[in-house]
Design a binder for this molecule. Structure first.
Ligand SMILES: *[C@@H]1O[C@H](CO)[C@@H](O)[C@H](O)[C@H]1NC(C)=O
Ligand SMILES: *[C@@H]1O[C@H](CO)[C@@H](O)[C@H](O)[C@H]1NC(C)=O
Ligand SMILES: *[C@@H]1O[C@H](CO)[C@@H](O)[C@H](O)[C@H]1NC(C)=O
Length: 426
């Protein structure tokens, strides 16, 4: 005999699998994005470390020898990435940002590292980084100068690509300052992509093309994906909750445009992880880690790995959360709903699993409870007919078996996030 609930379950289940619905779901979020840059790299989001947010353009090695942009900093961070578990969980690319260059090119028009701060030169640094089993990233600019005023690559794209390849560089972050027209911007980003390809060396190409394009007109992401492995869309991350929130808000406002285009070989880049610094509370660090995993974002930390709390280290090295970020299906997640100052985000994973993040955006009061019916998750498929739910953040805990009609109750701290993984039970 069927109970009323069973009838409802079986009716909804049938409804949930009507072809049209499945097709719509696939169409909205499942179509393979545009063709990716064909260099075989960044099949999952790039992981590593990038100096900018924490160390910026500190060139004063006299007074601040430990935090100026110098080979000493990169040698020390390389050593720690290899010895302290960072490389083992996937953080592989050690990346230099702006301010590594000498103020002038050499007599043959090649970029050169500042001789005082990088006495061994970039090639030797790359050799050391490679000897640690890591890869080296470098920075240049599509325009006439870098953002901090060092030599730009305009007019030198081929020479610079060859120089980087000769040095053994593995990633290029290509900025967009000092570029006087949208045509120069687009042509420059494309030209450098082709120039890197012609070197024959595998070099991840990290662009800021859409970021500099947005103020003028809407970027064509199909085109950008053909040339770049990841691309910055929005302003630089700062070490503050306001900055993290503004990045999340920008992402949700533009998700119809940017989510479908992400996939193996090409990713939206919401900028660095600032976990382990000064500006975010414990809950806010959890929110950044969880949402960067949902967004399939490159995980480029900018912090001081020589001085980092055990708590921040454990969060950044959380294998379950990293597994969501690096999921081989390679589909970016999106915000499913916003109500009463809560946001629910979800991301489809391989093997029909889903990741779900629930954020409490209210900045007053204490933990608030939020109840969600599992029917609404994963386009009606995540818990159909049932699922196993594991909470990954703020602490790992098995929540157990849920049926299609169940609801799930959580408690979320202000500005904090509860991150879940939903898996097929049967
Ligand atoms: C260069 O592009 C071609 C064709 O798109 C691709 O097959 C090749 O692997 C690329 N080489 C490098 C080094 O990226
Ligand atoms: C670089 O400067 C030259 C000379 O002023 C100018 O003609 C050119 O358009 C500039 N290029 C870019 C990308 O701004
Ligand atoms: C965007 O770029 C793609 C690939 O280059 C091109 O086929 C398409 O027509 C462009 N779309 C628009 C709206 O310009």
């Amino acid at each position: 005999m069927m109970t009323a609930t069973m009838m409802l379950v079986s009716r909804v289940r049938r409804l949930g699998c009507v072809l049209a619905f499945c097709f719509l779901a696939l169409f909205l979020w499942g179509l393979p994005g545009a063709r990716a840059l064909d260099n075989g790299l960044a099949m999952t989001p790039t992981m590593g470390w990038l100096h900018w947010e924490r160390f910026m353009c500190n060139v004063n090695c006299q007074e601040e020898p430990d935090s100026c942009i110098s080979e000493k900093l990169f040698l020390q961070i390389a050593e720690i990435m290899a010895s302290d578990g960072w490389k083992d969980v996937g953080y592989e690319y050690l990346c230099i940002d702006d301010c590594w260059m000498a103020p002038e090119r050499d007599s043959e028009g090649r970029l050169q590292a500042d001789p005082k701060r990088f006495p061994g030169g970039i090639r030797r640094l790359a050799n050391y980084v490679h000897s640690k089993g890591l890869k080296l990233g470098i920075y240049a600019d599509v325009g006439n100068k870098t953002c901090a005023g060092f030599p730009g690559s305009f007019g030198y794209y081929d020479i610079d690509a060859k120089t980087f390849a000769d040095w053994g560089v593995d990633l290029l972050k290509f900025d967009g300052c000092y570029c006087d027209s949208i045509n120069h911007l687009a042509d420059g980003y494309k030209h450098m992509s082709l120039a890197l390809n012609r070197t024959g060396r595998s070099i991840v190409y990290s662009c800021e093309w859409p970021l500099y394009m947005w103020p003028i007109f809407k970027p064509n992401y199909t085109e950008i994906r053909e040339y770049c492995n990841h691309w910055r869309n929005f302003a630089d991350v700062y070490d503050s909750w306001q900055s993290i929130r503004s990045i999340l808000d920008w992402t949700t406002s533009n998700q119809e445009r940017i989510v479908p285009v992400a996939g193996p070989g090409g990713w939206n880049d919401p900028d660095m992880l600032v976990i382990g610094n000064f500006g975010l509370s414990r809950d806010q660090q959890i929110t950044q880690m969880a949402l960067w995993a949902i967004m399939a974002a490159p995980l480029l930390m900018s912090n001081d790995l020589r001085h980092i709390s055990l708590e921040a280290k454990a969060l950044l090295q959380d294998k379950d959360v990293i597994a969501i970020n690096q999921d081989p299906l390679g589909k970016q997640g999106y915000r499913l709903r916003k109500e009463d100052n809560f946001e629910v985000w979800e991301r489809p994973l391989s093997n029909l699993a889903w990741a779900v993040a629930m954020v409490n955006l209210q900045e007053i009061g204490g933990p608030r409870s939020y109840t969600i019916s599992v029917t609404s998750l994963g386009q009606g498929l995540a818990c159909n007919p049932d699922c196993l739910i594991t909470q990954l953040l703020p602490v790992k805990r098995k929540l157990g078996f849920y049926e299609w009609t169940s609801s799930l109750k959580t408690q979320i701290n202000p500005t904090g996030t509860v991150l879940l993984r939903l898996e097929r039970a049967s």
